[in-house]
Write a protein that binds this ligand. Structure first.
Ligand code: HEM
Length: 480
């Protein structure tokens, strides 16, 4: 027994000595941002995670910013990392001139998405896939078609809420967003394939943030198996579409993302052609916002509005006005109608600012870089923190207050470096406009046809932004 204790003490001393040596090496590097690497192995992870369970998730960053400056070094989630809370430094990182920075996501994410994921590819291939996705998501044809589909899905889902005693907004909004997105990607409507994909996709997503160990029984293994099962279905659908395309002499209009990819294959040279597995993998990856980011944005909009009756009242007024116009003229809604409601767009901006659904992006430096006098050595990870910028009092007065009116005063600031819920630079989210459109349609039909009472609930910020109790509400229809 004593020898065992002796062994552990010896190992402890060895690890401690190695850690101090490594720390010294890092600390003496010229120009490296100030900071503290914390304890051996765990670094400052515990404090970082703990802040995600408080109502001030950026307290971890705020404390270090006041001690070391806007850019500092730390060690979180097993990685020594340079954190930037400076909007100008973030901008340079996002713009990534000369391909200096590549994405560096946790191992479970890279394992699940695979090497062909848009989050892992770089250079010209990333630009090409980004342009294909962006071109499709921003096209007016898609927006016109998807407006009807979102309207239909929102109205149908909301009509089921009124019959339920209590509904959990966080779960219910997924029913709207997932199906709409899968339909836009592959034109499959409700039915067996949709149900199967939804079920398997939930299983797949559970592994996004987990211990990256891969053998039967582990979380990562189960999620990878779910992905394999989904790939089979998506592969079959793509093959059916390929055959249908081969059997026709006409060039049918592009109706979904499968069409976009098949057209690209047809028009590319042998050398440039995207492999089949690349296509199916990317289609699955594009389903993530339908199950994660979009429902979270809708849920938090409901939460913030429930807590701010004056903003809800103003939102309702603006949306009632549009509804009345449409009823009087018996015209359908165009996507531009939804997007032109200014206060509604301000509510959405304020929701995205406060919610910080993607609170930061992770990158790795491929070479030594200097930004605003801060040195980022080759091989170091960098975290460009969006939430620190969004919650900084210098950028937003009373930054913790839900205040859609602030956007009336700030106006043009929507595009500046201090507002980056969708990232920026060459990886700026190609789903930006679609997200705003979907949120606008959801809010319009919710506030013009229903009232709700929300129960007390809290936002949790780690590992991803969620409501602790999934935001239970009770809904009643209004008579107009
Ligand atoms: C509220 C909703 C959303 C938020 C907050 C959001 C946020 C973001 C952010 C911050 C990035 C940049 C990641 C990085 O730089 O590493 C990103 C990238 C991306 N987003 Fe979104 N997103 C949303 C909705 C969507 C939707 C609806 C789609 C499309 C279906 C989408 C597709 C993508 C894709 C494909 C990328 C990768 C772009 C690239 O690396 O070139 N997102 N998103």
């Amino acid at each position: 027994m004593e020898w065992l204790i002796g062994c552990w003490v010896f190992i402890g001393i060895l690890v401690g000595w190695y850690w101090i040596k490594e720390k010294k090496k890092i600390e003496t590097k010229h120009g490296l941002p100030k900071g503290n690497l914390g304890w051996p192995f765990i670094g400052e992870t515990l404090e970082f995670i703990a802040s995600g369970y408080t109502s001030r998730p950026v307290s971890f960053m705020e404390k270090r910013r006041s001690l070391y400056g806007k850019v500092f070094r730390t060690n979180i989630l097993g990685t020594p990392i340079i954190v930037s809370t400076d909007p100008e430094v973030n901008k340079v990182i996002l713009q990534n001139h000369g391909s200096t920075f590549i994405p560096a996501y946790p191992k479970s994410i890279t394992e699940l998405f695979g090497k062909n994921s848009i989050l892992q590819i770089n250079g010209t291939l990333q630009k090409r896939v980004h342009a294909l996705i962006g071109g499709f998501l921003r096209s007016p044809q898609l927006k016109a078609r998807i407006t009807k589909e979102i309207e239909h899905s929102v109205k149908f889902t909301l009509s089921t809420w009124k019959d339920m005693h209590e509904i959990y907004v966080q779960d219910e909004t997924k029913k709207i967003t997932f199906e709409v997105l899968v339909e836009a990607l592959m034109s499959i409507g409700p039915g067996e394939d949709m149900k199967f994909l939804k079920r398997e996709f939930e299983e797949f997503l559970k592994g996004l943030i987990c211990i990256p160990i891969k053998f039967p029984g582990t979380r990562l293994y189960k999620s990878l198996k779910a992905k394999e099962r989904m790939l089979k279905v998506v592969r079959r659908i793509v093959e059916e579409r390929k055959t249908a395309l081969r059997n026709t002499n006409e060039k049918p209009p592009i109706i979904d993302f499968v069409d976009v990819l098949l057209r690209d294959i047809e028009e590319s040279s042998e050398m440039q052609r995207l492999p089949s597995d690349f296509i199916t993998g990317n289609i699955i990856e594009l389903m993530v916002p339908g199950e994660e980011t979009m429902p979270t944005a809708m849920t938090l909009a409901v939460k913030f509005l429930s807590d701010c009756p004056v903003a809800l009242e103003k939102l309702m007024e603006e949306n009632m006005e549009l509804k009345k116009q449409k009823t009087d003229s018996s015209e359908g809604y165009a996507w531009t109608d939804y997007m032109s409601m200014q206060f509604t767009q301000n509510v959405i901006s304020e929701t995205l600012r406060l919610a910080n659904i993607i609170n930061a992006v992770w990158r790795k430096a491929l070479k030594d870089v200097e930004i605003k006098g801060y040195s980022i050595p080759q091989g170091w990870c960098v975290l460009a923190s969006f939430s620190s910028v969004h919650m900084n009092e210098n950028n937003y007065e009373n930054s913790y207050r839900f205040d859609p009116w602030r956007w009336e005063k700030m106006g043009a600031a929507v595009n500046n470096n201090c507002f980056t819920p969708f990232g920026g630079g060459q990886r700026l989210c190609p789903g930006l406009e679609l997200s705003r459109l979907e949120l606008s349609i959801f809010l319009h039909h919710l506030v013009t046809s229903y009232r709700w009472v929300a129960q007390q609930d809290e936002i949790v910020y780690f590992p991803t932004v969620k409501m602790k109790r999934k935001l239970p509400i009770r809904v009643t229809p209004i008579s107009t």
